[in-house]
Structures are given as C-alpha cells and as structure tokens.
Design a protein around this ligand. Structure first.
Ligand code: DQQ
Length: 538
C-alpha cells in the first residue's frame, strides 16, 4: 500500500523521485524563481549530493530542470553540498557552495551561469580558480560548510559567512572580497556561541522594524534589525537571534546577550531544518524555504521511492513588537483554493466535536478563529513550563479536559478516531497576562508502529485579551501538517503517515475539550488544487 504513494504531497515541493534535503540557492532572477536542492540522483537515501534544480514563475508550479551542479571536479568530487545564490549588482547571479574534495575536505566553490540569456539558467560552469576558501589556519576540514548569500558593504567589499564549529563553538566565519574571487578571512567571525556545536546553513539578513516588506540582503539602515539563523546539527533544529549588525566591527550583536542556544527563537517548533531565505525583488518580500525530512522508516522510503519535501514557501517579517519574526505562506498559495466550507459564529460546547465537511480532508487548507467568552476559567500558569512546552503537550493530550482548552483541530482522522493528529490550544492565566500554548500531537497520527510520532509544542506570543481571539491556519497535505498560530507568530510542522490515507475514509474536525463553550467566530476550509510540481514532460 505504501508503494501506491498515498503519502506523496500535492502542494509541497518535491522531486519526482529519490532523496532530497536542504533547499539551496533560492533566488528570483529576470522574472523567474529558482530553487536548487540537495539531491541524490541515484537513490532514496542520502548520498551522491548534487544540486537539483527547478524553476517557477509563481512559487507554486515548478518545472524540473537538469541538475545544475554535479560532482565532477577534484574540489567537489565527493559531493556538492549546500550553498546560496547572490545576485551581484542586481544583474549577475553567482552560486557559492561547499564541495567535498578528493581528500574529503570541505571547501567553498563558485558556480556561474553559462549563458545569462537562458531564461532558466540551466547550465552552470565552475571557474578554474575554485576552491575559493579552504579549511586552513585552524579550521576543521570536516566542519566548514554552507556559505550564505553574500552582502555588499559600504566600503565596496563583499562579505560572506560560512558555517563552522571551532572547539565546540558554533561559528559563522566571515570572509571579505572586492572581486568575489579572492577572499580573505576576517579577524573576527560574524558571530560565535559557546557550546552550540556545528552551525549548518547559517543565514544573515536585514528586516525592517515596521511592516512586512522585505529587504535586499545588502541593505542596512537605522530602521533595520538583523537576523542570524543557524541550523544546529545536533538537534536538527533551526534557531535564530534578532540583533544588529555592527558595521564598524563587522559583527552581529544579538539583542539579548544570553549565550545559550536554548534561549534562541525558532522559525518552527516541529520538523523544519536547514532553512534558507531570499529576497524576492519582484514582490519586495523575504521568503523562507525549508527542508522537511521524513519521519517514517528507511524501509518505507524505499517502498515510496522518494524522501524529503520542502515546506511551503513562507513570507517572513519582523513582528510589530520587535520581539520575533512572523511567517505566513506566500499569497500565491491561495490561488489553489477551491470549493470549501465556511462557517460563522458557531458554538463549540464542552466536549464538542464538529465535523468540517465539504472538503477533501487529505488535501485542505483550514483557517479558524476561536473566541473565548470567559477568560477567567483559565487555569493558573507555572513559569517552569516555559522550559519544555512539548512536555506539557505530552502530559495532557487533546482528550484531557482543561479550563480554557484544549480546543483546536483533529486532522487526518479515521472514522473511530483511532488515528488522528491533534493541533490544539490551551490558555493559562499567568501573573498579569494570559499564556497560550500551541500543541501538535502526532502520537496517535498513525497505527504504523515504525514511524516517529512526537508531540511538539510552543507558546504563542499574543495578547489574547486585546485581540479577543486566537487564530489557527493549518495546511494539510497527505503526509504533512503545517500549522500557523496567532497569524504566523508560532509555527509547527509535522510529518504524519496515517493508515487512513490508504483506506480512504478520512475526517476533519474542530473540537473543544475545555470546561466551557467557546465560539468559532469564523471557520473557512478549502480543497486545494494540485499544482504542477516537477512533473516530467512539463
Ligand atoms: N546538509 C548538507 C550540508 C549541510 C547539511 C549536505 C544540513 O551542506 O550542512 O547535504 O542538512
């Protein structure tokens, strides 16, 4: 039954077959979006890394191209690993990527389009001056990779940082160049942090203090904050810090000086790794891509013939409170919405289970606003819970009655609820504010014993008293459930493999297990059309 591919996604980016991991070098150039990705052209397990390539004009439909970068030079013969694209002076795209050389050292290389007038930039050449950065002067040859998008300083020099681990400390090593060919290591790294381990796929970019508009990576002014993101190899999770870019010292200075990665924020509190942003100059926004690994077994992957998908591209900006980033699926995704179910002002009584009918429950987009008439019944909050929200989600699942909550959605549910993924909220009363917990509990998502079924959780930084409601948007696409709470302030993505996808009688519910009636002031659910994603012959 797995071979019939019920778990394959419809609206998420994936190649026709084989293994995919990190998004690489996303960019917009001459009206075309490019996405490259870590790809094994030969099999469904990690290995033989080359750069797969697809192009699009709307970020939704993707045309497959031949792999852009293959392992064929002494400086990349053992793998073409992750990297980024930079558009030099707005007109010349350049890729920087990590090559695994003949001695299995990690080195940084350049690739440039063979023919700039090819609208799809299908062929890439590797100049003879590669590699441009080598693991010398104390850099560990196996912990030196993933060059980021370069930025241009006011002194006319390019800068780029490369992920590394130096004596256990995660580091973004800074290099400078005035010609993009000769690179000199700066005396200080862009940033380093004690004990955080290898930083994979670092990303560094400006965000405006107000508004949703994105900025080119080289922009900087007083109205700007900087984001430094790093992918922590040990925990396979992406973390970021907000701060400012000190131009004089050429270093990133975090807003909070706590040097502990557990204090850093996350783009997504579920499965979400090796992400990368780019500036979409066409629509003046910054867009985030990320790899979503499988949670099933290698044996299942062999049967499926594919492994790895990308999260839907998300627009990303700084929250008006300046404390965190906000993410929302790109507007273009809404063009896939078809018929749906729309409800207003429906009461959800305690113990209530409300079936959302009229949409295909395996491929839908749901948006709900929950209104809570009586905040006073919220149970007291214990500050120690902030350390481990997933534990809170595990300790009290969707069936455990709280005061305010749990309420939310039961997704990919079998008729008897034996299988379901529960995405829900609980509201607690803290000293002088309310605390909102979001859980995505996969523990009953599948009857299959071999898949990983974690429970994820995080608090949502919203002022529920002021806003009067909690919003949830969830994208359901066969084996992926992507949730955005509080307008995109907290995101949780999960991979799920329910058997009900194979048997076919799939249900979707809204529920309330709190002690009082709550109001669903608005609920909209849509069927999602299937776009053309890397369909051969397209
Ligand atoms: N994946 C790439 C590396 C990167 C890691 C290899 C992150 O360049 O550090 O496929 O998932």
């Amino acid at each position: 039954s797995i071979a019939s591919n019920q778990y394959r996604t419809a609206c998420h980016f994936q190649p026709p077959k084989n293994w995919m991991n990190d998004p690489n070098g996303p960019m917009h150039y001459n009206g075309v979006y490019h996405l490259f990705y870590q790809y094994n052209p030969y099999s469904v397990v990690a290995g033989n890394k080359s750069w797969g390539h697809s192009t699009s004009t709307d970020l939704i439909n993707w045309t497959p191209q031949d792999p852009a970068i293959d392992r064929n030079k002494p400086y990349d013969i053992n793998g073409c690993w992750s990297g980024s694209a930079t558009i030099l002076h707005g007109s010349k795209p350049v890729i920087l990527y990590t090559g695994i050389d003949t001695e299995k050292r990690q080195v940084q290389n350049v690739a440039i389009p063979k023919n700039l007038s090819d609208p799809f930039l299908r062929e890439w050449t590797k100049p003879d001056y590669n590699p441009i950065m080598e693991p010398i002067d104390g850099i560990n040859a196996s912990q030196f990779r993933d060059p980021m998008t370069a930025w241009h300083g006011s002194d006319g020099h390019w800068r780029v940082a490369v992920g590394a681990e130096i004596e256990g400390n995660g580091t973004a090593i800074l290099y400078k160049s005035n010609d993009f060919v000769h690179w000199v290591r700066a005396a200080s790294p862009l940033h380093t942090s004690r004990g955080s381990g290898m930083w994979e796929c670092p990303d560094f970019y400006p965000v405006l203090s107000k508004g949703r508009q994105g900025l080119d990576t080289s922009e900087n002014s007083r109205d700007v904050k900087h984001v430094l993101k790093m992918s922590l190899a040990e925990t396979q999770s992406d973390h970021y810090m907000l701060g400012r870019y000190d131009l004089e010292k050429d270093v990133f200075v975090p807003d909070k000086t706590v040097d502990d990665y557990r204090e850093w924020l996350r783009y997504d509190y579920g499965k979400f790794y090796a992400s990368k942003t780019f500036f979409d100059e066409k629509k003046k926004r910054r867009i985030l891509w990320s790899w979503l690994n499988e949670s099933d077994s290698k044996a299942d992957d062999l049967l499926k013939g594919w492994a790895g998908i990308q999260a839907v591209p998300r627009t990303i900006w700084l929250d008006s409170n300046g404390r965190q980033l906000v993410q929302w699926p790109v507007k273009e995704l809404e063009s896939l919405r078809r018929t749906g179910a729309h409800l207003h002002n429906t009461e959800l009584k305690t113990g209530g289970l409300f079936e959302i009918k009229g949409v295909k429950a395996s491929q839908a987009n749901v948006e709900v606003d929950f209104e809570l008439p009586n905040l006073e019944i919220a149970k007291p909050f214990d500050p120690s819970w902030l350390i481990d929200p997933p534990k809170l989600c595990r300790d009290e699942d969707a069936s455990v009655q709280g005061g305010l909550g749990p309420f939310g959605l039961l997704i990919l549910a079998s008729p008897n609820l034996e299988e379901h993924t529960a995405v829900f909220f609980r509201v607690y009363k803290a000293h002088n504010r309310y605390r909102v917990l979001l859980c995505s509990d996969q523990r009953r998502s599948s009857l299959r014993p071999e898949v990983d079924k974690p429970a994820y959780g995080s608090f949502v930084d919203i002022d529920i008293k002021k806003e009067g409601k909690i919003s949830l948007r969830t994208l359901i696409d066969h084996s992926v459930v992507e949730s955005f709470a509080g307008g995109g302030r907290t995101c949780i993505t999960a991979r799920v493999y329910p058997e009900v996808l194979v048997t076919g009688d799939i249900h979707l519910y809204a529920f309330n297990n709190g002690t009082e009636t709550i109001k669903v002031s608005k609920l909209q659910a849509w069927d999602m059309a299937k776009p053309w994603i890397n369909v051969e012959g397209e």
